[in-house]
Design a protein around this ligand. Structure first.
Ligand SMILES: C[S@@+](CC[C@H](N)C(=O)[O-])C[C@H]1O[C@@H](n2cnc3c(N)ncnc32)[C@H](O)[C@@H]1O
Length: 345
């Protein structure tokens, strides 16, 4: 075992770093991660200065020389197919970009756990953010069980939104949670933010308007033995008054229209509460437009928004990115009471 370049990180942050290294193409897939006490050693390829800067936004790490076991190389879909195929795996279902039967056969051959290969018939659409699929190979179904960060989720890809591509972001938010804090997930889907932060000790209210998402969220709470979560089928905006000034943390994962609900998130947040606001932004104005939306909504609500972090979560479409803005809501003293904001004109 010759020593090669490695990244030493704390065990609890290992998955965040691993995923980001894979996304950057900097994870050395030929070698195995090694653990030693509270530390993990990740085998990596050379890192550019930009890559190091990006990694330092995730947490602390050391670059070290370390020894790693070499894994027997596995054939990839790309090698078997002789070209690239774009797909993601949710549970035992692979979602291929298009109805490519050759690629589907290669996926089934390489990923032994995959039982169904499907491709979208529509874009993600409508208020419930769902899409329809066709079966390309294997079993004809859109239901599965997906594992993420130690939790299991029943998913129906046609009936309720789910993407594994936000896994790293969910872990980032979960790592900010303090036990006992009150969290409000305004657009919870089948629960991947809500249940994870509940496991981390937050007292969670999870809301979704789609009855199918709520049904799956209830099942997922049971599946993961989570009892102390409040799950509501509702329009999150309609709950703003009932839950006013109650949340230490508000999650707004409805990136195409979260802007319209900023007033409600600011109402639900306590003084000092943090909001995680997601949006889809063009690459030539990643944060400017949405920072302005946050500031406008704060001013209309009579509160102050203190921007804590702006980050890119993932690329969304050519020249478009899924971004996040974390901000703290500061509310005025009772003496100089804020106007009660509503959805605006
Ligand atoms: C992009 S998905 C996010 C789901 C989940 N947070 C996740 O990470 O998988 C947005 C969710 O918001 C729900 N939704 C849309 N409008 C809503 C509203 N006004 N109130 C509550 N939920 C809403 C949709 O049904 C959908 O499940």
């Amino acid at each position: 075992m010759a020593s090669t370049l490695g990244l030493k990180v704390r065990r609890g942050e290992g998955e965040i770093f691993r995923r980001r290294l894979v996304e950057m193409g900097a994870f050395d897939r030929r070698r195995k991660i090694r653990s030693e006490g509270e530390d993990l050693y990740m085998p990596i390829l050379e890192l550019s200065r930009e890559a190091k800067e990006e990694l330092s936004s995730l947490g602390e790490f050391d670059l070290v020389e370390a020894e790693f076991l070499v894994e027997a190389p596995k054939e990839t879909v790309e090698e078997l197919l002789g070209r690239k195929a774009s797909f993601e795996v949710v549970g035992d279902i692979a979602i291929l970009d298009g109805p490519d039967r050759e690629a589907a056969a290669a996926i089934l051959a390489v990923h032994r756990n995959v039982r169904a290969v499907i491709s979208p018939l529509t874009a993600v659409e409508g208020e419930y953010r769902t899409r329809r699929f066709r079966c390309v190979a294997g079993e004809a179904r859109t239901t599965t069980v997906h594992k993420e960060h130690g939790l299991r989720y029943r998913i129906d890809l046609e009936r309720a939104y789910f993407t594994p591509r936000l896994g790293t972001e969910r872990l980032r938010v979960a790592n900010l949670v303090r036990p006992g804090e009150a969290a409000f997930d305004m657009f919870s889907g089948v629960g991947p933010f809500a249940l994870l932060i509940s496991k981390r000790g937050a007292k969670v209210v999870a809301v979704d308007k789609n009855p199918e998402a709520v049904r799956l969220l209830r099942e997922n709470a049971c599946l993961n033995r989570i009892n102390d979560i409040v799950i509501l089928e509702a329009d999150a905006a309609d709950l703003a008054e009932q839950f006013a000034n109650q949340a230490d943390r508000v999650i707004m994962n409805l990136p195409h229209s979260a802007r319209d609900f900023l007033w409600a998130a600011m109402r639900i947040a306590k003084d000092g509460g943090v909001v995680h606001y997601y949006a889809i932004a063009p690459e030539d104005d990643l944060f400017g437009r949405d920072t302005a939306f946050v500031e406008e909504a704060a001013s209309a609500s009579g509160v102050k928004a203190e921007i804590l972090r702006r980050g890119v979560v993932r690329s969304y479409a050519p020249h478009e990115y899924n971004i996040v803005i974390d901000f703290a809501v500061h509310k005025p003293d009772k003496a100089e009471e804020a106007p009660e904001a509503g959805p605006g004109p």
